[in-house]
Design a protein around this ligand. Structure first.
Ligand code: SAH
Length: 270
């Protein structure tokens, strides 16, 4: 049996109890690059840890190699854990790996992890849904579909859904433009969250139009998520930022205060 285990976004306290149990019993572990070192530290010293991560572009032969490795170790009778950042079934090729294992006649279980798309917004005070301003949330890839299906940005722009974009950092300018072309307002609140739930966590509150500029200016590194939608303005942190922006762009103290209050009222209305 192979266990496909979600390692969560970073902090080992966010592992499920079941995931922790599998880690502690593991004999062979195939791990992705994204898995936090503190999670790997939960493995027994006797476990063999194989790093099979691939940064950036995916090469299909490499994925096949991972399948073959898992099958070989499982057939040899080892307790195999396939460890993936976040959740194995959210942009983690978990489905492909389950298929490959089943085809080889190997039993496989999937243990959910906390996906970055849920964990990162919460880490900066953003609820991914809120009935006051959105009917739901869409988790989408920022990739352009070279190895899969690209999101329909125009449809998403009209959906009013909160958009959580994985792997979108490098293509933020294209995504921002496509959403604006689709009719989403340039001033839609947005936040970039980098390395959520790790000691390197950083975030930047901004707007849809300013997303690419903010990423460039702040030098936010990968892995990072883009969160776009009115829910972003529900974060107490957004209010601080909006207050600051109002101070920077206006002249007199009166005007500054009025703008800050106006911004506050607009967020409340939203
Ligand atoms: N299976 C993972 C996603 C893998 S795709 C999950 O469920 O979270 C890799 C993308 O996930 C990254 O490009 C980034 O967009 C996002 N990501 C993963 N970990 C992250 C973290 N700690 N902080 C912010 N984004 C993260």
């Amino acid at each position: 049996m192979v266990s496909l285990v979600g390692a969560g976004p970073g902090d080992p306290e966010l592992l499920t109890v079941k995931a922790m149990k599998r880690l502690q019993q593991a004999e062979v572990v195939l791990t992705d690059d994204l898995v936090d070192a503190r999670v790997l530290a939960c493995l027994p010293a006797s476990a063999r840890v194989l790093r099979v991560g691939k940064r950036g572009g995916c090469v299909s032969t490499e994925q096949r190699f991972i399948h073959e490795l898992m099958i070989r170790e499982a057939r040899a009778g080892a307790r195999v854990v396939r460890l993936k950042g976040g959740d194995p079934f959210v942009f983690g090729r978990g489905g492909e790996e389950v298929d490959a294992l089943r085809e080889a006649g190997i039993e496989v279980e999937v243990i959910n992890g906390l996906s970055a798309g849920l964990a990162a917004p919460a880490a900066v005070g953003v609820p991914v849904t809120d009935r006051r301003c959105t009917p739901g949330v869409a988790f989408v890839t920022g990739h352009n579909g070279e190895h899969g299906i690209a999101p329909d940005w125009a449809a998403l722009a009209k959906s009013r859904l909160t958009l959580v974009v994985y792997m979108g950092l490098a293509r933020a300018a294209v995504i921002s433009q496509a959403l604006q072309d689709g009719g989403l307002s340039a001033s839609t609140p947005a936040v970039i969250v980098s390395a959520a739930h790790t000691p390197r966590q950083r975030e930047c509150f901004t707007t849809l139009a300013e997303l690419p500029v903010a990423i460039e200016r702040e030098g936010l590194p990968s892995p990072a998520l883009l969160v776009i939608g009115e829910v972003v303005a529900l974060s107490p942190r957004w209010r601080e930022v909006a207050g600051l922006a109002a101070l920077e762009t206006s002249g007199g103290a009166e005007a500054r205060l009025a703008e800050a209050l106006q911004a506050e009222a607009a967020f409340r209305a939203a």
